[in-house]
Design a protein. Structure first.
Length: 588
């Protein structure tokens, strides 16, 4: 890394320090260790090893405590006796001065000031600068969001789980769970009440109906921008696909030297079907079907990895329905064949023969890799659905057992499976929730067990800036929130207003990131080769854009609707399995 590049990365971390925990290099960590020692030389410190203090932040504290994964960003001005809990943040240009105690999971927006001291005014015979100071201190509870350009004055306590709206001036205590706005700040509601504003009922009804016109609260110009994007993508789709065909095979991104794979063929087929409703230009449907079917094991029904451009011996050993490359091939190959008007030649018998299914599902990595666990269930559910859809005489037994296991293991408090981890918060849980529900509840037209609890979890995760900026702003992370929100929205309006705001933000961010003639990158703001446009990124973002617009009630403007892996309709509907949604547990 050149010196200039190194300085650019360091400057980025100063302004985007939430990337430090997962993206910081060894050099970055050595520099932070030096920064910690520097701060200890001028005051008493107790800093977690992974706490981040920007080099440009003016930090002159008599006492400074920072918990795990906390940070002070660029150009912040911090003095006095400061205690900052775990996962708490002081964002760029904020001012935090005096005796201030900040709990865990607190976000302090840019240009906000917490001022834990004041000038006296009683001595009229003295100029203001000679008046004695008073200092009562400021306390901020756990799980608080303080927006940008807020001012919090001395003596204030901000209760846990509260929100202080941007620009507010806080002169008195804020209740727990309160939302306060204005100057002086006043309480407008309690967060424990349903956040779906009654004023947005018109927009909600629009967003829930398929093929609806523009929802009342969709940002001005967004439908027009989405329509213009869709026209542009449709005009350029042949160039996008040709760019990723090397003369023999489809590759995800040209020039990277990856091993030949099956997924790029499936992505190309889905992209062409989505925008043009036909096979990719220059490729015969019968030939594509033959290639996709060529690597299916007649015994297990699973699809082995390999090169579809060449006929070669196929090794079917070691293939699994719950893990490995054959797992995702159940999805991508099965749906690619379907949009081509075909199906798997053989049933996926591996889905019917999982020994001791409950124990196998319990043994999936729910504690640390809930995404991988959810992906395994997605593949199993899809294999069962494909058998029921494509092949007669394949029984329902594994589906009944699978859905029974899911019903028992769902957490009523979170609506999900798995638990958050300190290193990545809700990321694994939410990503696993998407994969699991896509392949089961969505694919069979069944209601989620705890939709309101799931929406709460999703919207909490959606506020994690580390996941939706920089390298974290990628197709998987956005898809894994919008699809569950869209799915839960079929059962409940809970959280609709907040979800719509998030969807508008994501849609506005991705539309301009289309690259002419190349499509979308998987991680358009990333710093590695995933920032290069390719077939996977293009296929996923096209589907995400449809889901975002449909959630907002404006999907008609696109003129396309997914028919493959991300199709909105169930693959198989089983009315006999339908049941009422289980009520959420009481809020609190």
């Amino acid at each position: 890394m050149t010196g200039q590049h190194r300085r650019a990365v360091a400057r980025r971390l100063d302004f985007l320090p939430w990337e430090y925990t997962r993206r910081g290099s060894e050099d970055d960590r050595r520099e932070q260790a030096d920064r910690h020692r520097e701060l200890a030389e001028v005051g008493k410190t107790d800093l977690a090893a992974d706490a981040y203090v920007a080099s440009s932040a003016a930090v002159f504290c008599d006492e400074l405590r920072m918990g795990e994964r906390s940070y002070i960003a660029a150009q912040a001005y911090v003095t006095g006796e400061i205690s900052l809990g775990s996962n708490s943040t002081i964002n760029p240009f904020a001012v935090v001065r005096g005796r201030i105690t900040i709990g865990d999971g607190v976000r302090i927006g840019a240009h906000t000031s917490l001022l834990a001291f004041n000038h006296g005014t009683a001595m009229t015979d003295q100029p203001m600068f000679r008046q004695p100071h008073t200092a009562l201190g400021i306390t901020v509870g756990d799980d608080v969001w303080i927006g940008s350009n807020v001012i919090v004055l001395d003596g204030v306590t901000i209760g846990a789980h509260s929100i202080v709206g941007a620009g507010a001036v806080v002169t008195k205590d804020v209740d727990e769970w309160a939302v306060v706005v204005g100057n002086p700040a006043r309480k407008i509601r309690d967060r424990r009440d349903n956040p779906a504003d009654s004023a947005s009922s018109s927009a909600v009804s629009h967003s829930r109906s398929r093929g609806s016109s523009r929802g009342a609260q969709v940002a001005a110009g967004l439908p027009e921008r989405a329509a213009a994007f869709a026209g542009r993508a449709r005009e350029q789709v042949n160039d996008v696909l040709a760019r990723c065909f090397d003369g023999e095979r489809f590759v995800d991104r040209p020039g990277l030297g990856h091993q030949p794979a099956i997924r790029p063929w499936c992505d190309a087929i889905e992209i062409s079907d989505l925008l043009l409703r036909r096979a990719p230009s220059g490729h015969a449907t019968d030939d594509l079907v033959r290639r996709l079917r060529s690597r299916q094991d007649p015994q297990s029904g699973l699809v082995a990895p390999g090169d579809l451009a060449r006929e070669e011996p196929v090794d079917f050993t070691g293939l699994s329905v719950l893990e490995g490359p054959a797992s995702y091939h159940i999805l991508c190959v099965g749906y690619a064949l379907q949009v081509l008007g075909s199906c798997f030649e053989h049933p996926i018998r591996a889905a019917q023969a999982v020994d001791d299914l409950d124990a196998r599902l319990d043994g999936l990595p729910w504690a640390r890799n809930a995404w991988g666990a959810g992906a395994g269930i997605d593949a199993l559910g899809t294999a069962i659905a494909r058998n029921l859809h494509d092949h007669e005489g394949i029984g329902h037994d594994p589906l009944f057992q699978l859905m029974g296991w899911l019903a028992v293991r769902a957490d009523p408090k979170t609506g999900a499976w798995g638990h958050p981890h300190p290193d990545d918060g809700w990321l694994q849980v939410v990503n696993g929730f998407y994969r699991l529900t896509r392949g089961t509840y969505a694919q069979f037209g069944l209601p989620l067990p705890y939709p309101e609890a799931a929406v709460k979890t999703l919207l909490t995760h959606a506020q994690d800036r580390a996941v939706f900026s920089g390298d974290g702003y990628n197709a998987c992370n956005v898809l894994d929130v919008i699809h569950p929100l869209w799915l839960a929205g079929k059962q409940t309006d809970f959280g609709r207003a907040e979800g719509m705001r998030w969807a508008e933000t994501m849609l506005a961010q991705i539309l301009p990131r289309w690259v002419d003639g190349a499509g979308f990158a998987f991680a358009p703001d990333g710093r590695d080769d995933r920032a290069i446009p390719g077939l996977q990124g293009t296929e996923m973002w096209l589907a995400i854009i449809w889901l975002l617009t449909d959630y907002l009630g404006i999907s008609d403007v696109l003129g396309y609707r997914p028919r493959g892996v991300h199709r909105p309709e169930p693959l198989v509907e089983l009315p006999g399995l339908r049941r009422p949604a289980v009520p959420d547990s009481p809020r609190g």
